[in-house]
Design a protein around this ligand. Structure first.
Ligand code: CDP
Length: 228
């Protein structure tokens, strides 16, 4: 039977990088569910929807023509044929994605699409040839794929998460970079945690604290959990 690996955690824990590495190593598909919320936010903004109008946002997302590329070596997202993989990572989208992701109607819709993408990888005609998938986000271990054979919560203390994200976005973790990153990490996680629990492990979910680990050590730890 196809393997499903569910990985959750706040930003800056190494979640995306680790998930991609594990998926590539095991020949699995890779689903970045955060990118789906980002694509939904990008599309609503482009269509001029007021993000505070929850009904309008939900109706717009219902029509979202999202194409999901699950190759872990080159994950990609397109909306109506337009590749949005890069534009959805902008600071503008990072700043407003939580407004869309805390919309419960939107969550139900995207969770359904995520379950469909995971189910597609159980079939031989899926990207992985039916081998399975690594899906990562904030609510995969608890809501989207609670039956996954492997469920991991990645955690790291705030200072470590801030420093990693600052380096990623600004190439340095000096105090200016840390301040510029704070909103994206701390406020966004606080907002996100009003609708998902990704700070404590649910029953049966293994916690990996990456605060003092290098990326290689984190990948080694997760690999060890997947293969045991
Ligand atoms: O990389 P990082 O963890 O910072 O963010 P991301 O994975 O790109 O997710 C972007 C946003 O999508 C998060 O801040 C949440 O608002 C939302 N999200 C969510 O609500 N549920 C998920 N399963 C994944 C992401």
């Amino acid at each position: 039977t196809a393997l499903v690996v569910a990985i959750d955690g706040p930003s800056g824990t190494g979640k995306s990088t680790i998930s991609r590495r594990i998926a590539a190593e095991f020949g699995l598909a890779y689903l970045d569910t955060g990118a789906m919320y980002r694509a939904a936010a990008w599309w609503c903004v482009r269509e001029g929807i007021d993000l505070a109008d929850t009904a309008a946002v939900a109706a717009q997302v219902r029509e979202l023509p999202l194409q999901i590329g699950t190759d872990p070596r080159e994950p990609s997202f397109a909306v109506g044929g337009e590749d949005v993989s890069v534009v959805i990572r902008s600071t503008e989208i990072s700043t407003m994605v939580s407004a869309v992701a805390t919309n419960l109607d939107v969550r139900a819709q995207l969770q359904d699409r995520q379950r469909a993408a995971i189910a597609a990888e159980q079939r031989p005609d899926g990207f992985s040839g039916g081998r399975g998938i690594v899906a990562e986000g904030r609510d995969i271990t608890t809501v989207v794929a609670p039956d996954a054979q492997v469920r991991i919560l990645l955690l790291a203390d705030e200072a470590a998460r801030l420093a990693r994200r600052a380096k990623e976005l600004h190439g340095t973790a000096d105090s200016a970079a840390l301040e510029a990153t704070r909103d994206q990490v701390v406020r966004r996680d606080a907002e996100d945690s009003t609708v998902s629990n990704f700070t404590t492990a649910a029953d049966g979910v293994l916690t990996v604290d990456t605060s003092t680990m290098t990326l290689e050590e984190s990948v080694d730890t997760v690999r060890g959990i997947v293969t045991r």
